[in-house]
Ligand binder design. Structure first.
Ligand code: HEM
Length: 456
């Protein structure tokens, strides 16, 4: 009755209940590859007790990205985050409250706010790399994960946490991280040790952040950070226009950290790996730094960072090749139809989980020429391969596109500007594969030799 008439997408049969769950949680690359080869842009896979319909490529993606939450809903597929983010925020609240909380994220990351965060990005990067020796062997993953935790602490959580409580908070956040394993997506409340630890860490974070927020409010002291934005924020059309509670602020901060931290540090790592492996990408980026220094001096202002187009494309290409979020998902609250590039129309029924895959879509040769090659110029005129809507989806697209995209680019550019100006790098291992074992997908181990050489 509630379904549109029409043909349903083909079902990828033959994956048993547990097999489907396992294959899915071990990274859906092979599944997508085989499904796409067999059925094309739209197909359904039974995963445990659910049906997951994959939409691959820009032709079948517009509804997924554009539709309102009453049609393509997030909360049913992302509510496994509730024990991590905590009560009263994001996927634990009804749509109209969530919309206002997302507005608060957006307001905390406007251009003017970003301008205030840039000097903090620079300061953290400069202090961090000042501690490196003249030469040494590192792994980008470890270094950038540490640096971005420090920067996130300063710009998001605030001065108190960064300067007085850093070790303690970093440990607790690590406990939250460890509590997010593939099985958590299906059974977030399973009483396993990592979930129990997650819950203890989450409680402790509430206490610590609660105290910091109370002090800010009582003292009237203000800072340039996202915490301050949340302290000042008020609901507009819901909750009687009140300010956020301490528990809500804590939850929103954790949500922003989870959205932005690993995604950014992984993209910073891939950018470095590919630039170190490709002189054709490294040299123009160094030349660009020289031109920017000639124009703006050594100061890495918001304007100077925004002018770094070569570095921008190098980052975008790293993100195209290795988007850290394998799948973006929705729940179909209403049936909808999709038409493939060869003119077949299918009706996706209400109740399906619907998924788009940045990883897989970014490797379609009809969209990105020679997709396995690291080639940042594909984003420059006249090629501009990303221009077709829904082709580059590393930051999602449409209604729920990443709110932190500009924050991420500025932060990654700040880090790589400091490095391009002061170091050279040599990969001691081949360019690594992605490690599909984790929730946010980054590179496998890769040793890199750095040499301090004041270039600029
Ligand atoms: C949404 C990727 C950095 C905050 C998204 C989505 C993607 C994404 C793919 C869409 C999810 C979906 O459609 O279901 C990335 C990548 C990043 C990054 C690759 C770094 C390279 C950040 C940062 C922040 C952030 C630094 C915050 C400071 C958000 C938020 C959303 C989001 C709040 C939810 C938007 C919504 O659902 O309406 N991100 N992100 N992200 N991102 Fe990012």
């Amino acid at each position: 009755f509630n379904n549109l008439p029409g043909k349903r997408p083909p079902v990828y049969e033959g994956i048993p209940f547990v097999g489907g769950l396992l294959k899915f949680s071990q990274g859906p690359w092979k599944l997508l590859h085989d499904g796409y080869a067999k059925f094309g842009e739209v197909f359904t896979v039974p995963v445990a007790h659910k049906r997951v319909t994959f939409l691959i490529g820009p032709d079948v993606s517009p509804h997924f990205f554009k539709a309102g939450d009453d049609e393509m809903s997030q909360s049913e597929v992302y509510d496994f985050n509730v024990p991590t983010f905590g009560p009263g925020v994001v996927f634990d609240v009804e749509q109209k409250v969530r919309t206002e909380q997302f507005r608060m994220f957006t307001e905390a990351l406007t251009k003017n706010r970003l301008k205030a965060y840039v000097p903090q990005f620079n300061r953290e990067a400069e202090e961090y790399f000042a501690k490196w020796g003249d030469e040494g062997v590192i792994d980008f993953r470890d270094e950038f994960s540490k640096l971005i935790t420090l920067t996130a602490a300063r710009t998001l959580l605030g001065r108190e946490v960064r300067e007085q409580l850093f070790e303690q908070v970093a440990d607790l956040l690590h406990g939250l991280d460890e509590g997010m394993v593939p099985i958590s997506v299906f059974f977030p409340y399973l009483p396993i040790p990592v979930h129990q630890k997650r819950d203890r860490c989450r409680k402790e974070l509430s206490k610590i952040f609660g105290k910091v927020i109370r002090q800010r409010r009582e003292s009237g002291h203000r800072e340039e950070d996202v915490l301050q934005q949340f302290v000042d924020a008020r609901y507009q059309n819901v909750n009687g226009g009140r300010a956020l509670t301490e528990e809500e602020i804590t939850g929103l901060l954790i949500a922003v950290l989870f959205a932005g931290q690993h995604t950014s540090s992984i993209t910073t790592s891939w950018t470095g790996i590919f630039m170190a492996a490709n002189k054709k990408a490294w040299l123009p980026a160094v030349e660009e730094q020289k031109a920017i220094v000639a124009k703006h001096g050594t100061d890495l202002s918001f304007e100077a960072l925004s002018e770094m187009e070569v570095l921008h494309r190098n980052i975008t290409e790293a993100l195209r090749m290795h988007p850290p979020l394998l799948l973006v998902m929705r729940y179909a609250k209403k049936p909808f139809s999709v038409t493939t590039s060869d003119g077949k129309t299918f009706v996706v029924p209400k109740g399906d989980v619907v998924a788009a895959s940045p990883n897989f879509s970014h490797m379609l040769p009809q969209i990105f020429k020679n997709p396995k090659a690291y080639d940042p110029d594909r984003f420059a005129p006249p090629r501009e391969e990303q221009n077709r809507p829904y082709s580059f989806i590393g930051f999602g697209a449409g209604r729920h596109a990443c709110i932190g995209q500009n924050f991420a680019y500025l932060q990654i550019k700040s880090i790589w500007s400091v490095l391009l100006r002061n170091f050279e790098f040599e990969l001691l291992d081949p360019v690594p594969d992605a490690d599909y074992e984790s929730m946010v997908i980054g590179p496998k181990a890769c040793r890199v030799k750095y040499t301090r050489r004041k270039l600029l």
